[in-house]
Design a binder for this molecule. Structure first.
Ligand SMILES: *[C@@H]1O[C@H](CO)[C@@H](O)[C@H](O)[C@H]1NC(C)=O
Ligand SMILES: *[C@@H]1O[C@H](CO)[C@@H](O)[C@H](O)[C@H]1NC(C)=O
Ligand SMILES: *[C@@H]1O[C@H](CO)[C@@H](O)[C@H](O)[C@H]1NC(C)=O
Ligand SMILES: *[C@@H]1O[C@H](CO)[C@@H](O)[C@H](O)[C@H]1NC(C)=O
Length: 420
């Protein structure tokens, strides 16, 4: 299995860091150092005909290809992994995108996801959408920029493990830095469709040039050379290394730090627990993403994300690394078990209990995303340990000795042996 393997594994520290980070990680900081390296060398082979004009329609059989790649003709680009689903390819090898929404997972009504790759210098075109967009950078680094309704400006560089959020209607762009980028987008609408975003090129194409001329106060001829089709994902001029060259400051000023669209989650150390680690980012530390709460969970081999449920929200889960098995319990009597590996998406409806076991021999890593103003969960163990013993004994017929071993602290991830 090829892995993203990019969100740095948590390192052991003298004192255990808290679950949440600090507000100092919000927004651009002059001390930040996004080391943008070179493009990783991904080993793959192409099928005969894969680089030819896709309109010719030659049949490609990927069955026996090592590490098949989302490349057709001059579109698409390579993929450090993991895989999710059907890819939409960008122009001239500039990148690709694949999405999960209610078309493929009808029960996942509250959130949808897109996994997107941009080659070095590749752009996701200037655009906006009706949904709010929360993102986790999976690999490489990128520059993001936006303008808010008050005309305030925002620009920042993010690396693997960092998070951004763009509210509905706020126009933004994303450009890969010199090492390329892959990121996960999560939208607060299950039926979100990446094909239906408002693109700058489309706005210009669908407005009479005389209107553009009147609106922007320039001659009609100024629009002689605008693109005659959408760009979506395309190759651009590499971003200047010095971010200050793209720091547009106007009389409106910059987006204030408390409302900033980025959170440097990669710099937040993970909270260690018995079977792995957890780190949380939610509106308590990243206020602009007012209804997005997330946890990156690492589960060591044999360990398990404990039995829990989220009282106020469905959970949308993306598997970043490793492999796991989850069982979802839905009242009154349905239990469903799924196997997941890197690149897969899981969905656990509000208050439906579930657990995720690491079934592999390397760390399992996933991100749980909630529609909530705070990351919360109810843990089965903590609940029973904190309930009068007599009530639990009368209900479940557990012995005194068992009851006295239940832990009142939330475990998040319990340890276990791989031979269980
Ligand atoms: C991105 O993925 C590639 C291929 O798995 C890996 O070699 C590289 O280190 C990753 N880059 C970052 C910045 O994590
Ligand atoms: C941009 O300029 C503003 C105002 O001078 C400054 O506060 C900010 O740190 C600069 N850089 C970025 C990346 O926002
Ligand atoms: C957060 O999302 C949930 C689920 O979509 C929704 O019911 C709730 O109204 C949202 N809350 C806010 C404050 O937007
Ligand atoms: C509870 O368990 C004990 C054995 O420890 C058994 O004797 C008893 O019948 C059980 N009670 C019920 C109500 O099932």
């Amino acid at each position: 299995m090829c892995l993203v393997g990019t969100i740095a594994a948590p390192t052991k520290r003298a004192s255990n860091p808290p679950l949440r980070g600090s507000e100092a990680l919000v927004g651009y900081s002059t001390t930040e150092n996004i080391a943008s390296g070179t493009q990783p060398d991904i080993k793959y082979s192409l099928l005969p005909g894969q680089k030819e004009n896709p309109d010719i329609g030659s049949y490609l059989d990927f069955e026996n290809v090592d590490n098949p790649q989302p490349i057709r003709g001059s579109t698409g680009s390579d993929d450090p992994g993991p895989r999710l689903s059907h890819n939409r390819l960008g122009i001239d090898g500039a990148g690709w995108a694949r999405q999960e929404n209610t078309v493929v997972m009808p029960d996942a009504t509250d959130m949808a996801g897109v996994d997107m790759r941009l080659e070095p210098g590749g752009y996701r075109e200037l655009h906006w959408h009706v949904a709010g967009e929360w993102s986790l950078v999976l690999n490489g680094s990128c520059r993001i920029q936006a303008v808010n309704p008050d005309g305030q400006t925002f620009v920042d560089d993010l690396t693997a493990g960092d998070v951004w959020f763009f509210p509905p209607g706020v126009p933004h762009s994303i450009q890969a830095l010199s090492d390329g980028v892959e990121f996960l987008l999560v939208f607060d609408q299950g039926d979100f469709n990446e094909d239906n975003t408002f693109l700058a090129t489309e706005v210009f194409l669908h407005t009479p040039k005389s209107v553009l001329s009147k609106n922007l106060g320039v001659p009609v001829s100024a629009f002689d050379n605008i693109p005659d089709d959408e760009l979506y994902i395309f190759e651009g001029t590499p971003a200047p290394e010095d971010i200050e060259e793209q720091n547009v400051t106007t009389q409106s000023g910059v987006v204030p730090r408390t409302q900033s669209y980025s959170y440097h989650f990669s710099e937040q150390p993970a909270h260690e627990v018995a079977g792995g680690s957890v780190k949380i980012v939610d509106p308590l530390t990243f206020p602009i993403a007012s209804n997005f709460s997330a946890a990156i969970v690492t589960v060591h081999p044999g360990g398990m994300r404990e039995i829990h449920w989220h009282p106020t929200s469905d959970e949308w889960t993306f598997f970043i690394q490793g492999q796991g098995r989850a069982t979802l319990f839905t009242a009154p009597d349905a239990a469903t078990t799924f196997d997941y590996r890197a690149g897969d998406v899981g969905y656990f409806p509000q208050s439906n209990s579930h657990y995720i076991e690491n079934t592999g021999d390397e760390d399992l890593m996933f991100v749980e995303v909630l529609q909530a103003s705070q990351f919360t969960d109810m843990a089965l163990g903590q609940w029973l340990a904190s309930t009068p013993k007599q009530i639990v004994a009368d209900t479940l017929n557990l012995s005194d000795s068992t009851l006295s071993q239940l832990k009142t602290e939330k475990q998040y991830v319990v340890a276990g042996s791989t031979s269980d």
